[in-house]
Write a protein that binds this ligand. Structure first.
Ligand code: NAD
Ligand code: TDX
Length: 363
């Protein structure tokens, strides 16, 4: 049975990938996760007893930790989901983003390179390091066009700059050392287990609790939304059939302005929890979820539009997402409404959905 190390497996996308890998492959899965504010064992509670699952708490930026985990588990593949992932937090404190996203990726690449020198040629041939990245490395688009794998990098936030740095290291380790790397650049994900600092879960929980729905700027910024389960299927496809040294863009073909997303969420909230039956709205004298929409100060350096050209992934590997956006959104609203305990556990003591990233302070 192959062994896969999944870094960041206690976070949003990583945990969804762990669930998919345990259900649909025969791999043993070792999660390496620091358990930051965004990583929680509650997120993996349903797989904790699976005999093919192991959990190691540790930092990918620690050379010793990574070396120990590689020595003990001798992975056939490494999937790097671990990252500081929130743009607003990268404006508050960029240092940790460079430490985890750049330095952490370096340590994984170096450990993989060392491991490969010890492997028999056939095992080295099969080894893969798949690095999960973002469309934000390509910068901000105008009204037309889409990012392809050939689009030059032009990151504009500390978060995207740190992800771009990591992507360049991955490409260099392939070119220089022949490491069999794979790179995926994905658009905005949504779905179960997303930390409630991100647009969609934050709006759902604020709506359910009758709090303001804070829309940055004019609400006209565009993102391309992809259900997390479709993203995880794409990653599995790239791991199995992607060509080493290549990058693959992953998108949802669901471009929406933030205002359109919030309006769709208000409708979905109404169908799952009608406003008339929600005492939190009645207490504020508000008749419908749309009455909670509030325009607030824009994010500094706010990228205007992202759009993904995913034709390479579809053409070469046959990727075909299962979720339509509105259907996926309704399922996500239902999931958050039914999993309030998880929402409380992951926010407890560390976050109260306050506004982040308005003032960049040196930290
Ligand atoms: P997340 O913030 O929900 O989870 C990140 C996980 O990494 C957490 O479990 C955290 O504890 C862990 N982690 C953080 N620093 C670590 C360290 N130094 N060592 C070990 N573990 C550490 O993030 P996510 O949304 O699941 O994103 C996963 C990956 O996908 C990231 O690399 C992110 O850049 C990328 N990505 C995310 C999206 C999105 O929409 N969420 C889109 C494209 C790409
Ligand atoms: O309260 C909010 N109000 C608002 O208008 C929040 C939290 C966000 N927004 C806007 C900012 C963005 O235009 O919504 C959009 C989405 O914001 P985020 O959820 O913070 O995501 P984004 O900045 O687009 O980055 C996400 O997608 C790419 C992930 O967080 C990254 O990890 C991923 O790489």
């Amino acid at each position: 049975m192959p062994t896969w190390i999944v870094t960041g497996g206690a976070g949003f996308i990583g945990s969804n990938f762990v669930r998919l890998a345990l259900a649909e492959t025969d791999a043993d899965v070792v999660v390496l996760d620091k358990l930051t504010y965004a990583g929680n064992l509650e997120t993996l509670a349903d797989v904790a007893e699976n005999p093919r699952f192991r959990f190691v708490q540790g930092d990918i930026a620690s050379r010793e930790t990574v070396a120990d985990v590689f020595r003990e588990h001798r992975p056939d593949a490494v999937l790097n989901f671990a990252a500081e992932s929130h743009v607003d937090r990268s404006i508050e404190g960029p240092r940790l983003f460079v430490e985890t996203n750049v330095h952490g990726t370096l340590e994984l690449l170096e450990a993989a390179r060392a491991l490969c020198t010890e492997l028999a040629p056939a095992d080295r041939e099969r080894f893969r390091l798949l690095h999960v990245s973002t469309d934000e490395v390509f910068g901000s688009l105008g009204a037309t066009g889409a990012f392809s794998e050939e689009t030059p990098y032009a990151p504009r936030s500390p978060y995207s700059a740190s992800k771009a740095g990591a992507d360049h290291l991955v490409a260099a380790w392939h070119e220089t050392f022949g490491l069999p790397t794979l790179l995926t650049n994905c658009s905005n994900n949504y779905g179960p287990f997303q930390y409630p600092e991100k647009l969609i879960p934050l709006m759902i929980l604020n709506g359910l609790e009758g709090k303001d729905l804070p829309i940055y700027g004019d609400g006209g910024n565009v993102r391309d939304w992809l259900h997390v389960e479709d993203h995880c299927r794409a990653i599995l496809l790239v791991l199995r059939r992607g060509r080493p040294g290549q990058s693959y863009n992953v998108g949802g073909r669901s471009e929406r302005t933030n205002l359109q997303v919030v309006d769709a969420l208000c409708e979905a909230l109404e169908s799952v929890r009608p406003a008339a039956e929600n005492p939190a709205l009645a207490a504020r004298g508000i008749a419908g979820y749309a009455g909670l929409k509030t325009f607030v100060t824009d994010r500094p350096g706010h990228d205007r539009r992202y759009a993904i050209d995913d034709s390479k992934l579809r053409r070469e590997l046959g990727f075909d997402p299962r979720y339509g956006f509105e259907e996926g959104l309704r399922a996500t609203v239902r999931w958050y409404a039914e999993n309030r305990r998880w929402c409380e556990q992951v926010q407890a003591g560390s976050y109260a959905r306050e506004r982040l990233g308005l003032e960049g302070a040196a930290k």
